[in-house]
Design a protein around this ligand. Structure first.
Ligand code: B12
Length: 330
């Protein structure tokens, strides 16, 4: 009896993975929906130290964030999906331009991923026609209360590096994650963490972060992280440490750029993530500072991740970089 049930689960997992591939995902891993105690403890400690800065949503309901069954009662498995978004940097920084993080140069990945998840769920629902898929699945793209990286690691997709990124053998850390929580009991993937390279003694991400935001291996102090400052922080920069963005106008990739696992990365196959689908690699800071209306702002960046900090946030970032550059040339 048991072995037959296992065979069915294995088949289901394989089928779901082949559908994920068909839907356009680069990686798919499956794990149980159980709490990962180590990940929960790390989250609680991170919050105790106020390392989330002003991201109130991170403080809200950490129990739920670390327990998929609180998002979907009866949850048995988690399907984690990844999209490779890597494209090499092409230009050399110009004095009056700001650098955009790689994930944000094209279209908004939330929208790109949502479409693929819908396609995947359609394929699954055709197979499970006797089930109500709306009741069986709950999915999130980044914004859900879920520790996506920890579940991805347990689903065998890679390991968690000192820069806190999920590092995959196939694409390094240049992957964007999403997850589907399901009541289906699926055969989990084996954790490959022990079988593959880890960071070892390498400290490149820690020593190269210009704001010293990686305060211990795998622990980011958001208050210092350029990504947080340029995307999530609202209002003016008040601390001295916040006034040097190192030409990053939206997001930051330094801790990934210097990672040896990211050398020789494979270019994304998703046109939506490439420069020509969005604002691209560099943006003109003076043009941003001069923007006056929301319409002007949206004409420039609607449908891309750059809408997140709103016009005020992007203008603040651009003005900060322009003033840091002019100070450097004095
Ligand atoms: C809040 C957030 C941020 C914050 C805080 C970052 C942070 N490190 O926590 C800020 C704004 C700074 C940020 C920045 C970025 N982010 Co962000 N962010 C998130 C978000 C919404 C939540 C992360 C979270 O829960 N943080 C709390 C801490 C405590 O959790 P954690 O970082 O995941 O760390 C866990 C593991 O590291 C684990 N862990 C570490 N070591 C070990 C060892 C063992 C044995 C175990 C079990 C667990 C473990 O413990 C922690 C708790 O579980 C996730 C999406 C999501 N829902 O998960 C995206 C996410 C993590 N971000 C992502 C990206 C791409 C970025 C940026 C690269 C964007 C950019 N270019 O600017 C930077 C990278 C900065 C960095 N080095 O983290 C991707 C990461 C993909 C990947 N390959 O890892 C995610 C998953 C979004 C997505 N859906 O793809 N982000």
């Amino acid at each position: 009896m048991t072995s037959m049930a296992n065979t069915v689960q294995e088949l289901d997992s394989q089928r779901i993975k082949s559908y994920a591939k068909k839907a356009g995902f680069d990686l798919c891993g499956i794990t149980s929906a159980e709490v990962i105690p180590e990940a929960r403890n790390r989250l609680l400690k991170w919050l105790e130290r106020s390392l989330e800065g002003e991201m109130d949503y991170m403080r809200k309901d950490p129990e739920r964030r670390s327990d998929p069954s609180l998002s979907l009662p009866g949850a048995m498995s988690v399907i984690v999906l990844a999209l490779n978004y890597f494209q090499p940097d092409t230009e050399v920084a110009k004095p009056e331009s700001g650098l955009v993080a790689k994930y944000a140069r094209g279209k908004d990945y939330h929208k790109v991923t949502e479409k693929k998840i819908e396609a995947l769920l359609r394929m699954i629902s055709e197979d499970y026609s006797d089930l109500d898929t709306r009741d069986m699945f709950k999915w999130f793209v980044d914004y859900g209360p879920a520790l996506e990286r920890s579940y991805a690691a347990r689903a065998g997709m890679g390991y968690l590096g000192k820069n806190s990124m999920l590092i995959t053998p196939e694409f390094g850390s240049w992957v964007l994650l999403s997850m589907i929580i399901t009541k289906l009991e699926l055969e989990p993937d084996k954790n490959r963490e022990s079988e593959q390279a880890t960071c070892g003694v390498c400290q490149r991400c820690i020593t190269n972060c210009p704001t010293h935001a990686i305060i211990a291996p795998g622990v980011i102090d958001s208050n210092k992280c350029i990504s947080y400052l340029t995307i999530e922080k609202r209002g003016p920069f008040v601390l001295e440490t916040q006034s040097n963005l190192h030409s990053r106008v939206f997001g930051c990739d330094i801790c990934q750029d210097v990672c040896p696992h990211n050398y020789d990365s494979i270019r994304t196959a998703h046109e939506e993530f490439t420069d020509s689908s969005g604002v691209g690699e560099f943006v003109d800071l003076k043009t941003i500072v001069r923007m006056e209306s929301r319409k002007e702002f949206l004409d420039w960046c609607a449908g891309t991740p750059l809408t997140r900090p709103k016009l005020e946030g992007i203008k603040r970032n651009a003005a900060t970089i322009l003033s840091e550059n002019s100070e450097n040339t004095l």
